[in-house]
Design a protein around this ligand. Structure first.
Ligand code: SAH
Length: 352
């Protein structure tokens, strides 16, 4: 029996906490849920809950590796150099990116920021000489960093703020009829709201992700200080918007966001407009935020797909399907965005 099975379900812990102390914030609910969710399982792939771009096709990681190698070569091939990945999942993206980069002479030290013991063991099998970190703070400070984060920011806990008849309030989680429901908190939050939204219609909801802003703030500061470039890839919007984007998936199906704490992957759209501002506040260059389809096409996914299909003709249909999933406007191509950052003095990035 694994440790996970012996633990009290998170839903029971939350219900007791709420009964004793009142509603808990969406931020706390999401943070605790995802920590529990990722700690004990591999959520990726057909047998899991969801599939990510690197698990769809090796082309994704290879083109990321090509982009990093191109930046590094044009920056003058500095040494030492560090590949850093946040939330590397099964290690598939790193393995494919590092293999592609090696063809251009880029063989960086490898650093993974990962919280899940279960996923760490899969990452060890994929990239045996990686080093692990709990957060970005312990990444080496000498030598540029080449950083990648795919579907990492969307899993970080968000705060939700909702306009009520009595003003802005934090959105909290309560229990009604033994079910988790969103409710407005009782403490005024108007002071935390941007001036242009203070008088919004009742029912208006905005989201902020302090944890994502903190990560980008730290990464951008590192780039400005020690050189390098970064790619943040996730689903989300590059213009500010309102409305709840909280969602959960389990076994490849959307489920009620608050219904299965610790048992489903809870995510929210990434606010790329805010993150671009955060990066630039640290003298880091924002290269742009573009659709994943646009970016992969600009990096030559067609040519890569053609050469893979030529090498294994029996796979050519599967390769075409994978390419469409990654780039199609009605699939991942528009909803998913690629945000590029670079140190001052580093080259412009391809694809932006
Ligand atoms: N990048 C991978 C996996 C995406 S799933 C892919 O594209 O396939 C999200 C990843 O982020 C997992 O590896 C998860 O364990 C990790 N993660 C989520 N929240 C985290 C946190 N707060 N700290 C560190 N890692 C986290």
């Amino acid at each position: 029996m694994s440790g996970e099975e012996e633990r009290e379900p998170l839903s029971a812990i939350f219900k007791r906490l709420i009964a004793n102390t009142g509603p808990i914030s969406v931020q706390y609910f999401m943070g605790e849920s995802n920590a529990r969710y990722y700690a004990a399982r591999d959520p990726l792939g057909d047998a899991g809950d969801f599939v990510t771009a690197p698990e769809i096709s090796q082309m994704f990681g290879e083109l990321v590796g090509l982009w990093l190698a191109d930046m590094w070569l044009r920056a003058g091939s500095p040494q030492p150099v560090h590949y850093v990945e946040l939330g590397p999942g099964r290690g598939t993206l790193a393995r494919d990116a590092l293999r592609a980069a090696k063809r251009f002479g880029l063989e960086p030290t490898v650093h993974f920021v990962e919280g899940s013991p279960e996923l760490k063991s899969l990452q060890l099998a994929a990239v045996p000489d990686a080093r692990w970190h709990n957060d970005v703070s312990t990444i080496p400070v000498t030598g540029p960093i080449l950083l990648v984060a795919n579907e990492f920011l969307d899993a970080l806990p968000i705060r939700q703020l909702v306009k009520t008849g009595q003003g802005w309030r934090e959105r909290m989680v309560a229990v009604q009829d033994d079910t988790f429901v969103g409710v407005a908190g009782d403490r005024p939050m108007d002071a935390a709201i941007p001036a242009d939204l203070r008088d919004a219609e009742p029912g208006t909801l905005i989201e902020t992700c302090p944890a994502a802003a903190a990560v980008v703030y730290e990464v951008a500061g590192r780039l400005a200080m020690q050189g390098g470039a970064a790619l943040f890839i996730d689903y989300g919007s590059d213009i500010p918007r309102t409305g709840s984007t909280l969602q959960a998936v389990r076994a490849h199906r959307k489920v009620e966001a608050l219904a299965h704490p610790g048992e489903a992957d809870i995510t929210a759209h990434v606010d790329f407009a805010t993150l671009a501002n955060v990066a630039q506040s640290r003298d880091c260059r924002w290269l742009g935020t573009v659709g994943q389809g646009h970016w992969l096409n600009a990096l030559g996914i067609d040519a890569r797909a053609a050469s893979l299909a030529q090498a294994s003709p029996q796979q050519s249909d599967a390769i075409a399907v994978a390419k469409d999933r990654l780039t199609g406007a009605d699939q991942m191509g528009d909803l998913f965005k690629v945000m590029g950052l670079a140190a001052p003095g580093w080259p412009e990035g391809a694809g932006f």
